[in-house]
Design a protein around this ligand. Structure first.
Ligand SMILES: *Cc1c(COP(=O)(O)O)cnc(C)c1O
Length: 233
């Protein structure tokens, strides 16, 4: 039976991965004529336990992404107690019955994709007096299994989030279809953001974050390139 690797080896490995991703972000920014500090890195820690997340915090990373509220509720209160300046982005689908928990735990919600959810989030924020910046997720590939508002319905949802619900909208987020040119989807997201006067663009994952930076990403969400392959992936 393989012995588990010592924690120090895990720490060295993820710290090296983080350094490489950071360097690649800087290089991609430079190629695009952008400043590296315009681009935020979200380390996507879904499926990984605190023993793999702690070394990334230790190495200085402060922005993390989780896609499931219950999983984040198990892992993050302890980590946030030790690293109070760590900020957590919700990057997975959100059901309205989890909106309260999401507003409590998360610092940014990237997956607002329907008016009903926007309304419930606004109510929870008003109730708790905690304003959590939000992104509208756009289903740029119109994939039925994927969350996100359809591109042709995005303008109306963005307007409702701002004017009707008073959410603090930071920008737009997308997850391109696996089998298509991601650049086309990044360009479309940028176009929708521009015409709505939104600055934030959360796009780009381990396989395509450099392309996303070329297309204006202000936030890239990188999981496996930092933490290693996910079980079952
Ligand atoms: C898992 C996930 C990521 C990170 O994916 P990697 O390919 O591991 O970098 C980014 N965004 C969302 C929404 C995810 O669910």
């Amino acid at each position: 039976m393989a012995r588990p690797r010592p924690q120090s080896q895990v720490a060295t490995e993820v710290a090296a991965n983080l350094a490489e991703v950071t360097a690649r972000i800087a290089a991609a920014a430079q190629r695009a004529g952008r400043a590296a500090d315009e681009i935020g890195l979200i380390a996507v820690s879904k499926t990984f336990g605190p023993e793999r997340i702690r070394p990334v915090l230790e190495a200085g990373q402060r922005f993390f992404g989780e896609n499931r509220v219950p999983e984040a509720e198990k892992k993050w209160p302890g980590l946030k107690a030790d690293y109070p300046d760590a900020a957590l982005h919700l990057i997975g689908p959100l059901q309205t019955n989890k909106a309260r928990a999401a507003v409590e735990l998360f610092d940014v919600i990237e997956t607002v994709d329907r008016a009903k959810l926007a309304r419930v989030l606004a109510q929870e924020m008003a109730r708790t007096d905690k304003r959590v910046p939000c992104y509208v997720q756009v289903n740029t590939g119109a994939e039925p299994q994927k969350g996100g508002v359809l591109p042709e319905e995005a303008d109306a949802l963005i307007a409702a989030c701002r004017d009707e619900f008073g959410l603090s909208l930071a920008g737009l987020m997308c997850i391109p279809p696996l089998d298509e040119e991601a650049a086309l989807h990044f360009a479309l997201l940028g176009e929708i953001a521009r015409r709505n006067g939104l600055k934030g663009l959360s796009m780009g994952m381990s396989g395509d974050y450099e392309t996303a930076i070329e297309f204006g990403a202000t936030v890239v969400r990188v999981g496996s390139a930092i933490f290693g392959p996910r079980a079952g992936a």
